[in-house]
Structure formats: C-alpha cells, structure tokens
Design a protein around this ligand. Structure first.
Ligand code: GDP
Length: 342
C-alpha cells in the first residue's frame, strides 16, 4: 500500500496538471494532488469532467481494495464524534482512513451539517486520515456520482477504510447504502420514543445498529434499547444475505465499544467475502451506477436539446389544457429529439 506522503514538493500551481500528474500524484499518496484530483472529479466543467474520466480510468486498477462503510444517524446522534474516535482507532491499528460525506443540502447550508472539518479535529489533522467535506451539488444524484468517484480516487491513494457519512433524513441513506459494503446506523439511547419514530425502512438498510452515548446515566437505557432493537431486528429482512443485523452499544465520547464494532465489520467482511456476497454486491452496485449515469445523461441531453427546449412550453400548455394527450406530447418531443439537428 502506498503511504500517503506530505513531503513531496507540490507541483507548481501555474503549470496545468496533466492526466499523468494527477495519476502519479494520487498513486504515490501526494495529498496535494489527491485533493486536486478530487476537486477535478467534483468539478461541473465539461473540460474538467473529461480529464477526470481519463484520470479515473488510469486509477481504476488501483481501486477496490478497501472496505467501504456508510454511517448514518439523525443530527446529534454522534456521527462526527464516532467517526473521530473510530477513525483514530483505525489509524492506530495501521489503517488509512478517508472520510467522505453525502449531504445534498450542503450547497444550500454551506456545508454546515456534514463534512465540516472542524468537527473531526484530530482525525482531519492526522496524516493517516483524509477528511473531505460533502461536494457541492444541487441534487442527490450529482453529489452521489462525485462521491462514488471520490471513493475510487481515495482507494487509489492507498486508503483502505472509506467512511461515507450521511445525515439520517430523506433519500440520502438509500443512496449511501448503494455505494458501500457495510452500512452502520447510529442511534440514540432510550428505547420507547426513538423506536416508535424510527423508520423501519432505514433499519432494513443497516448491517449493524450502534446505540451511541452508552455512558453515565444513559448506559442502562442504551442496554435496554439494544434488547429492544434486537427484538425488532429479528423480524426484519436483513440488509445483507447471510448476515444477521444486530444492535450494539458504544460511547464515542469515552471510546467504549468502538473496537468491538470494528471486529463486527471485520467479521462481516470475512463472512461475506467467503460467501461471495461481498463482490456480488459491488458488481451489482457498479452496474446500478452505470444505469443511473445513463439515465442522467439522457435526461440532461433531452432537456438541453434545442428543439425540445423550444417546443416544451407549448406542449406543456397543450397537455395541461387537455388539447393533446401525454402520450402524443411525448411522441412529438421524442421525435424532435431523435430526428432533428440540435
Ligand atoms: P452528529 O450531528 O451526529 O455528527 O453528532 P455529534 O458528533 O456532533 O454529537 C452531538 C452531541 O452529542 C455532541 O455534543 C457530542 O459531544 C455528544 N456526543 C457524541 N457522542 C457521545 C457519547 O458517546 N456520549 C455522550 N455522552 N455524548 C456524546
């Protein structure tokens, strides 16, 4: 594995970086170039996107050798505290940890929810770790694409544990589940109320439920919640075939139960690699990703097509007034899209 290396002289800013500069820099673990390569991947500019695709193509043989872990939980559940403690433990065990975030709202809230480096103070200053805020992007789809590509860049740079954090609201949990091997749900203590408010769907995405803040007065309540969660989990369909999702407790603040959750994840990897599910899931995820990119591409290309753009307002009006049917409108628009020059 390549050691992330801070000591290489950065390439002078004024020279435009070539694909080779990015590739060599990333593979050698040069952090400046790693950051620049991710910026390239995140860029909205077409030119940057093209260079990014070439860089990614060359990095591909160096990717895949990591465990990708998704972490979710409502705001205040303790995600950043957990990631700080967990990440430092992993670094001390000899791992290289990259922390990414999926937070489509960050472009609006200026990244205040997730990916704020100051939240993981120690980890973000550690040379064995790399903390990257959520990419700006109006849509979840846009943010997800960038994050998927950033995972690959980080793997090529030698990070062998990738943590993808998301806030436990809305669709982003499903999206993060679709890009990770293991999905961890951080939960607050206290059984009754939280369990009632909990979406069953989210529990069905999780490979482990970790009840955080199991310390002080909360400890007993956390243990009670653990029993209750395990009781419910017993009746749910597991997120991963051949793996039983269970509840655990931890205190991120005091570093208790953190080693144990890493053992659970290691065990998960062992079991699923042996059963073939680990690689099968990755392949399925890559195919899903391909299809969602095709859908994105076609969507963009259709709505940016000049003839379509010109005709759309009229069609919308006609459809809403009932002068033509939706099918007719679609046929006409698709004909314009397929047959006419832009
Ligand atoms: P996030 O919004 O999910 O990232 O949550 P934070 O990590 O910012 O934590 C929210 C609050 O809970 C902070 O005040 C933390 O200090 C506190 N907290 C996090 N983990 C623990 C824990 O294990 N025990 C206790 N007692 N407090 C914790």
């Amino acid at each position: 594995m390549t050691e992330p290396n801070d000591h290489r002289a950065p390439i002078p800013r004024r020279r435009r970086l070539s694909v080779e500069d990015y590739v060599t820099g990333v593979v050698e673990g040069n952090r400046t170039l790693l950051a620049q390569a991710i910026t390239l991947v995140e860029s909205h500019s077409m030119i940057h996107r093209q260079i990014a695709q070439e860089v990614l193509k060359k990095l591909l043989p160096h990717t895949g050798r990591s465990i990708r872990i998704g972490i979710t939980g409502v705001p205040g559940a303790g995600k950043s505290t957990f990631i700080e403690t967990f990440g430092m433990l992993l670094c001390n065990l000899g791992h290289r940890v990259a922390v990414l975030a999926v937070d489509p709202s960050s472009s609006v809230t200026r990244g205040s929810i997730l990916g704020d480096k100051t939240r993981m103070d120690q980890l973000s200053r550690d040379p064995r770790a790399y903390v990257r805020p959520s990419p700006a992007g109006a849509t979840l789809g846009g943010v997800a694409r960038k994050t998927r590509e950033t995972i690959l860049v980080c793997e090529a740079a030698g990070f062998d544990v990738i943590l993808v954090e998301t806030v436990g609201v809305g669709q982003s949990e499903v999206t993060v589940r679709s890009m990770v091997d293991f999905f961890l749900l951080l939960q607050l203590t206290g059984a009754g109320d939280e369990l009632q408010g909990m979406k069953k769907g989210v529990m069905e995405l999780a490979d482990a439920i970790l009840i955080n803040k199991a310390d002080g007065d909360n400890k007993q309540r956390a243990l009670n919640a653990q029993v209750e969660f395990n009781r419910i989990l017993h009746f749910l369909k597991p997120a991963t075939e051949g793996w039983e999702t269970k509840a655990y407790t931890c205190s991120s603040l005091h570093g208790e139960g953190i080693k144990e959750i890493w053992s659970v994840i290691e065990h998960f990897r062992e079991v699923t690699v042996k059963q073939g599910g680990f690689h099968a899931r990755r392949q399925a995820q890559t195919l899903d990703w391909m299809h969602s990119m095709i859908a994105d591409y076609l969507h963009q290309s259709f709505y940016h097509h000049q003839q379509v753009k010109n005709s759309l307002p009229g069609m919308e009006k006609a459809v809403s007034q009932g002068t033509i049917s939706v099918s007719e409108a679609i046929n006409e628009l698709i004909n314009l899209y397929e047959n006419k020059e832009r």
